[in-house]
Design a binder for this molecule. Structure first.
Ligand SMILES: Cc1cc2nc3c(=O)[nH]c(=O)nc-3n(C[C@H](O)[C@H](O)[C@H](O)COP(=O)(O)OP(=O)(O)OC[C@H]3O[C@@H](n4cnc5c(N)ncnc54)[C@H](O)[C@@H]3O)c2cc1C
Length: 271
């Protein structure tokens, strides 16, 4: 018999892939959806909705990413070459039959990923590595709560597509305005609460915290997933674990970015 409420980590063989942009389109004014394709996608596996790939971004004027070879004995990059910036992104959708991988980029003020996505055109190249592993949560909870900002929407959208029909799913999502709200394809009993705040205030925890404090949660066992700006994520997790006494094994929280830091990632699942 399968363990109830099991959460499991699955490891994957680490591979690098060079992919080609098939399409790049604005999902909303500040969200770019990039569909990638290429023979290198063969064997790609993404088992968890909050998996991430490392993307290797060719700099302006470069056609291909510059990346060191894998492995302990791999040669260093030739002198004078600069490695491509790497950032973490969620495999929003993987379609092995069509040979496509979709990534959604939330555009913000500046950064290599934002600049690359805003300018992405069919034929452009992108390097990806991973996912190294997946965190798989069985779909046997009584309800789900998914909270985050723009950067969390790809994982939230994917989770909503995967969850079983009729299960209560509450989403608390911070975006700049109604023009940034997304429609989700889901069979869940979905309750979406959009929280509007300007993008310039994306690191202010107050709007999401206030919305979280006002939530009444359904009865039974629930799984809570939180991602977005690091301080906001930490405060939200504290609210549910310390103030509401939510079972700390049934909450996953990750800082997807931090104001003033490039390429930041932190998990908050201990203690
Ligand atoms: C596991 C994981 C999965 C992720 N999945 C996605 C995804 O699917 N889609 C997605 O869009 N993002 C995702 N992110 C977040 C993304 O990796 C970061 O936002 C990243 O910093 C963007 O890179 P950049 O080159 O644009 O900016 P950087 O060069 O990394 O940062 C430049 C500056 O911009 C600030 N900044 C970074 N992100 C934001 C933001 N969203 N809003 C406002 N300011 C910001 C930084 O604090 C820094 O000061 C994920 C992160 C993690 C850890």
């Amino acid at each position: 018999m399968t363990e109830r409420h099991a959460v499991a980590r699955v490891r994957h063989e680490l591979r690098r892939r060079l992919l080609t942009v098939k399409t790049a389109e604005r999902l909303t004014p500040s969200m770019v959806r990039v569909t990638l394709t290429g023979d290198d996608l063969a064997g790609f596996v993404s088992a968890g909705y909050d998996d991430h790939v490392k993307i290797f971004l060719p700099l302006a004027g470069q056609e291909l990413p510059v990346w060191p070879a894998l492995g302990p004995d791999a040669p260093a990059l030739p002198a004078g070459t600069v490695a491509s910036p790497m950032r973490d992104f969620t495999p929003r959708r993987h379609d092995p039959a069509r040979g496509e991988l979709v990534l959604d980029f939330a555009l913000h003020e500046a950064g290599p990923a934002t600049e690359w996505a805003a300018a992405a055109r069919p034929g452009a190249k992108l390097g990806i590595g991973g996912p190294r592993g997946s965190f798989v949560v069985t779909d046997d909870f009584d309800w789900y709560l998914l909270i985050g900002d723009e950067t969390a929407l790809p994982a939230i959208g994917r989770r909503l597509e995967e969850l079983r029909p009729g299960v209560p799913a509450i989403v608390l999502a911070a975006v700049a305005g109604s023009e940034e709200e997304q429609a989700f394809a889901t069979r869940t009993a979905l309750d979406v609460r959009w929280v509007h705040r300007p993008l310039a205030g994306a690191s202010d925890p107050a709007p999401l915290l206030e919305a979280a404090a006002g939530l009444s949660l359904p009865p039974g066992d629930g799984y809570i997933w939180i991602a977005g700006e690091n301080d906001t994520v930490k405060l939200l997790r504290r609210h549910f674990v310390e103030e509401r006494g939510h079972n700390r094994s049934w909450i996953k929280a990750a800082g997807y970015w931090r104001k003033g830091s490039a390429g930041f990632h932190e998990n908050h699942n201990e203690g």
